[in-house]
Ligand binder design. Structure first.
Ligand SMILES: *Cc1c(COP(=O)(O)O)cnc(C)c1O
Length: 393
């Protein structure tokens, strides 16, 4: 049997009847950037996540960059994050000119450890950027409390956690801002790149809307006013005449070109309706593994608490990572190696001066995690086959 880590073609077959008309209608109506599909998606996802504002952008990395810019974080500032994540979590901090500062992680959830965060706070710290890694919510009460005490902003990297919940609240809506990615392999993925910023703060939302479109137009003017404390955020009125928009070529801030495409929004409008069902299937697959994997050389993390994990990845721990991956590969099973290098030891960040041994828990977890296929379309037969392969290792 051959089982890939993820099989997006299976998902497409199941929803093709809904996706194709939506994409075709988008191509026929001639509005490819912005328009109704994007507005509909932003409204639907804001309601799903329980937030006031949802702002579509070009990808998850840009969501982080724009969120940091909206928070006015840049040169001279420090942002505390986790080393056990995808590179973009720290890359975005460096990209706005700030310094990523790494705290260590918890052994059980692989998420940033609030106790370690406190030790890393300096007078330059401006924000905390927790990541809900693999779809498991970070300890947001503790993190928000630390932020409040030290007057810091909290930006959730929820790129792997769409639909996850922490004490009844959806991740991405628990702090000042949330960032999501619709990269095809995420639990909610589009047919290319896509991303989203969420916030309940009207001013931050206006700044994000301005930065995603060259700091221009009415949003740019309003954002400039906010930064100069001239006025509270005002909702920019829609342009009366879309053919003649004199505001568009007046720029007020240095921003980016990072928008969610209309076709991607059309795909996401269809897929959002299936998200809870898919996440539920992932949880059932995880429950099957947790119940049936029995091998003294393999540890299955418990991961229970007042949160809902959505299993973007299902990770095992083993002291012989290479051996297990090789064994599974021999059986036709593709295992995931997230993450082979903790970010504080990535070459691109060597200028920060970290060395091996600085963040022992992250380094240990990095050397031990092996991710199994967990996607919703896995069959019972495949789940049994994978479990058997792990058990006989
Ligand atoms: C995927 C991901 C990102 C980046 O998203 P892109 O859409 O690929 O730019 C950022 N952070 C985390 C934790 C991710 O998993």
């Amino acid at each position: 049997m051959k089982i890939p880590l993820l099989d997006l073609k299976r998902q497409y077959k199941n929803i093709r009847n809904e996706i194709e008309p939506a994409v075709i209608s988008c191509m026929e109506n001639g509005i490819y950037i912005g328009g109704r599909q994007v507005a509909d998606f932003e409204n639907a996802i804001a309601e799903y996540l329980g937030v006031r504002h949802a702002i579509g952008v070009g990808n998850g990395t840009d969501a982080l960059v724009v969120a940091l810019r909206a928070a006015n974080i840049g040169s001279g500032d420090e942002v505390i994050t986790t080393p056990f994540t995808f590179f973009a979590s720290a890359e975005s901090i460096a990209a706005v000119g700030a310094v990523p500062v790494f705290a260590d992680i918890c052994e059980d959830t692989f998420n940033i450890d609030p106790k370690s965060i406190e030790q890393k706070i300096t007078p330059k710290t401006r924000a905390i950027l927790p990541v809900h890694i693999f779809g498991c919510p970070a300890q947001m009460d503790e993190i928000n409390a630390i932020a409040k005490k030290h007057n810091l902003l909290v930006i959730e990297d929820a790129c792997q956690a769409i639909g996850a919940e922490y004490k009844g609240k959806k991740t991405g809506g628990i702090a000042d801002m949330g960032c999501f990615s619709f990269f095809p392999t995420k639990n909610l993925g589009c047919f290319g790149d896509g991303g989203l910023i969420t916030t309940n703060d009207d001013s931050l939302a206006m700044l994000c809307r301005a930065f995603r479109e060259h700091g221009g137009g009415k949003n740019g003017a309003a954002a400039r006013n906010i930064l100069e404390n001239k006025a509270k955020a005002v909702e920019a009125p829609a342009d009366a005449d879309p053919q003649y928009n004199p505001f568009k070529y007046y720029n007020y801030l240095i921003g980016y070109n990072t928008r969610l495409d209309a076709i991607q929004a059309a795909v996401l409008n269809v897929k959002l309706k299936h998200l809870d069902g898919w996440n539920q299937k992932r949880c059932e697959n995880a429950a099957y593994y947790k119940k049936n994997i029995k091998n003294s050389k393999v540890k299955v993390p418990v991961l229970e608490g007042s949160f809902k994990h959505i299993y973007h990845q299902f990770a095992l721990l083993t002291e012989d990572k290479e051996g297990l991956i090789h064994h599974l590969s021999g059986k036709g099973i593709a295992a995931g190696v997230f993450y082979p290098v903790p970010l504080h030891l990535q070459k691109a960040l060597d200028y920060l001066g970290y060395k091996k041994g600085d963040l022992p828990v992250a380094e240990k977890i990095t050397s031990q995690t092996v991710c199994l296929p967990i996607y919703p379309e896995l069959t019972r037969e495949e789940l049994e086959y994978i479990t058997e392969a792990v058990n006989e290792y």
